[in-house]
Design a protein around this ligand. Structure first.
Ligand code: NAD
Length: 508
C-alpha cells in the first residue's frame, strides 16, 4: 500500500492521523478498508491507531490548550467565520466524497454538510454565548460575577450516518469556547470528515487545537480513560453510547451520549392526507432509513388505518439507485454487514407473523449489482413484542401499527424505551397541544416528520436515546464545554475604614 501524500490528498491511499497540525502516517499494523457501498470499490484504508498515537494526540491537545484558551474570543470567532465560508465553498466537492463512502444521495449529502454548517455559523457568535453574569453590590461593596472558562482537552466519537454533520456538532463549538479537541470519526466513512478537518486547518485552527485519531473500541476506550481528557461527546448506537458514558464518567470526565432511536409518527384521520403520506415516506426511507431521527414506526389512528395502500404506493414509487445518480431517492445501506442485519430483521418480522405489504429485499439496481441495496419495505400487523418493533432497524423499513384513539397512541409511544423524536400529523390544534404536553419524547414534530432543532436551540433527545443532561450544539453545549467560575470581589480604597475582624458568617 502506498504511503499517504501530505495534506493535499487526505482521501486516497491511507487515511492519515492529525497530530499537532501534522498529517501523520499511522504505524499500526491494523487497517480497514473504506468501501463505496454502491460499488464495493475500496476508496482508502483507515488505520486503527496505536496507543502511542492516541496518547500523542491527547498530549499535543493538552499542550496547545495553554495558549489557545488565552486566544481572544474575537480571534476564535474569526477562524470560525473563515471556516464556515470554506465549508460553504467546498460543499458540493465534499458531498461527492460523502456519497461515495456513505451511500446517501448527493442532495442529502449536501444536507448533511449544511446542517453541520449551521452549527459552525452559530459558533461564530460565541462572544455572546459565552458571556458571564454580573451582580453588583451583593453585600457592602462586594460584587459577584461569573466566568465561563474552557475545560481543556475534549474528545468526540462520531457515527457513520452523518459523517459531516455530527463532527460539526462537536469540534467547532468545543474549540471556539477555548478548548482543544481530539476527534475519532467513524472508521466506516472518515473521508468527508477529514475534508472538513482540513478546511478547519486552512481556516486557521492552530497546531494541536484540533487532532484526529482513527480506530474502534481500543481508541475510544483510551479517549474515555486518559487523564488529560476532560469531556467526551459521543453519538452512535445505544450499546456503545452506554459503554462510553459509563467509562468516561467513571474516569471523572463530563460525558454526553446521543444514542439509538425508534421514532414514531402518529397520524390522526384529520391530517392533510397527501402532505402526511409524503412526509412519512420521505422520513422513513430517506438516507435508506439510516438517520437517528428517521421515522421508523407509523401509528395510524382510527380511520387513518385505511391509508396503508396509499403509503405503499408512494413508497413503491421511490427510485433505488447509487447515491450519485440523478433522481435517486434511496441509496444503499452503508455496508454488507448492515444489509445482512436488516435482511435478518425483516425475516424475523415475517416469521413472527407481521404482514409484509411492501418487500424491498429483491431489489436489483442495474449497473450496481454489487451494491448494498434494499428497497423500501413496509410491515403492517406489527405488535410491540416483535423484533421489528423493539429493534432500531436502521434501514429502509417502516412498521405500521393501528390504534383507536390519540390517547392509545400516546400510551404506545411513551411505553417505548427510546425518546429521540416523534411526529404528530393532524389539523387539530387541540390535539397537537395535548400531544406535545403528554408525549414523553425529547423532540416533537407537529406536521414535521424529522424535528431536529436548529443550532440556536439544542438537540434534545431523551430517555433511552440520551445519557447526560446537556445536548450537543446550541446553548446546552456551551455549558457542556465550559465551566463556570464565580468571582466574589471587594475592592478597598485608602479611605475605607476597617470594620475589624469578623468571625461570624455574613447575615446580609
Ligand atoms: P456505533 O455505535 O457502531 O459507532 C459509533 C462510534 O463508536 C464509532 O466511531 C465507532 O468506531 C465507535 N465504536 C463502535 N463500537 C465500539 C465499541 N465496542 N466500543 C467503543 N467504541 C465503539 O454507531 P454507528 O453504527 O456508527 O451509527 C448508527 C447509530 O448511531 C444508530 O443507533 C443511530 O440511531 C445512532 N445515532 C444517534 C444520533 C443521535 O443524535 N441520537 C445521531 C446519529 C446516529
Amino acid at each position: 500500500m502506498n504511503a499517504v501524500k501530505q495534506s493535499e490528498n487526505v482521501t486516497v491511499g491511507k487515511v492519515p492521523l492529525l497530530i499537532n497540525g501534522e498529517w501523520v502516517d499511522s504505524q499500526t499494523a491494523q487497517w480497514r478498508a473504506v468501501i463505496n457501498p454502491a460499488t464495493q470499490e475500496v476508496l482508502a484504508h483507515v488505520p486503527l491507531a496505536t496507543a502511542a498515537e492516541v496518547n500523542a494526540a491527547i498530549e499535543t491537545a493538552h499542550a496547545a490548550f495553554a495558549s489557545w484558551r488565552n486566544t481572544s474570543i474575537g480571534s476564535r470567532m474569526r477562524i470560525m467565520l473563515k471556516f464556515q465560508a470554506l465549508v460553504r465553498e467546498n460543499m458540493s466537492r465534499i458531498a461527492a466524497v460523502l456519497t461515495a463512502e456513505q451511500g446517501k444521495t448527493l442532495p442529502d449529502a449536501e444536507g448533511d454538510i449544511f446542517r453541520g454548517l449551521e452549527v459552525v455559523e452559530h459558533a461564530c457568535s460565541v462572544g455572546t454565548l459565552q458571556l458571564g453574569e454580573f451582580a453588583e453590590n451583593v453585600a457592602g461593596g462586594v460584587d459577584t460575577y461569573t466566568l465561563r472558562q474552557p475545560i481543556g482537552v475534549c474528545a468526540g466519537i462520531t457515527p457513520f450516518n452523518f459523517p459531516a454533520m455530527i463532527p460539526l456538532w462537536m469540534f467547532p463549538m468545543a474549540i471556539v469556547c477555548g478548548n482543544t479537541f481530539v476527534l475519532k470519526p467513524s472508521e466506516q466513512d472518515p473521508l468527508s470528515t477529514m475534508e472538513l478537518v482540513k478546511l478547519a486547518l486552512d481556516a486557521g485552527v492552530p497546531k494541536g487545537v484540533l487532532n484526529v485519531v482513527h480506530g474502534g473500541k481500543e481508541v475510544v476506550d483510551a479517549l474515555c480513560t486518559h487523564k488529560r481528557v476532560q469531556a467526551v461527546s459521543f453519538v452512535g448506537s445505544t450499546s456503545v453510547g452506554e459503554h462510553v458514558y459509563r467509562l468516561a464518567s467513571e474516569h471523572g470526565k463530563r460525558a454526553q451520549s446521543m444514542m439509538g432511536a425508534k421514532n414514531h409518527a402518529v397520524v390522526l384521520p384529520d391530517a392533510n392526507r397527501q402532505q402526511t403520506l409524503n412526509a412519512l415516506v420521505g422520513a422513513g426511507f430517506g438516507a435508506a432509513g439510516q438517520r437517528c431521527m428517521a421515522t421508523s414506526v407509523v401509528v395510524l389512528v382510527g380511520t387513518a388505518r385505511d391509508w396503508v395502500p396509499d403509503l405503499v404506493e408512494k413508497a413503491h414509487a421511490l427510485k433505488v439507485n447509487a447515491g450519485h445518480e440523478a433522481k435517486t431517492d434511496v441509496g444503499p445501506v452503508v455496508s454488507r454487514a448492515a444489509k445482512e442485519r436488516v435482511l435478518k430483521l425483516i425475516e424475523e418480522g415475517v416469521n413472527a407473523g407481521a404482514k409484509l405489504v411492501l418487500d424491498g429485499r429483491q431489489v436489483k439496481v442495474a449497473g450496481y449489482e454489487e451494491g448494498n441495496f434494499i428497497g423500501p419495505t413496509i410491515f403492517t400487523d406489527v405488535t410491540t413484542q416483535m423484533s421489528v418493533y423493539t429493534n432500531e432497524i436502521f434501514g429502509p423499513v417502516l412498521v405500521v401499527l393501528g390504534v383507536d384513539t390519540l390517547d392509545d397512541a400516546i400510551r404506545l409511544v411513551n411505553a417505548n424505551p427510546f425518546g429521540n423524536g416523534v411526529g404528530l400529523f393532524t389539523q387539530s390544534g387541540a390535539a397537537a397541544r395535548k400531544f406535545q404536553n403528554e408525549i414523553d419524547v425529547g423532540q416533537v414534530g407537529i406536521n414535521i416528520p424529522i424535528p431536529v432543532p436548529v443550532p440556536f436551540f439544542s438537540f434534545t433527545g431523551s430517555r433511552g436515546s440520551k445519557l447526560g443532561d446537556l445536548g450537543p450544539y446550541g446553548k446546552q453545549v456551551v455549558q457542556f464545554y465550559t465551566q463556570t467560575k464565580t468571582v466574589t470581589a471587594r475592592w478597598f480604597d485608602d479611605a475605607t475604614v476597617s470594620d475589624g475582624v469578623n468571625t461570624t458568617i455574613s447575615l446580609r
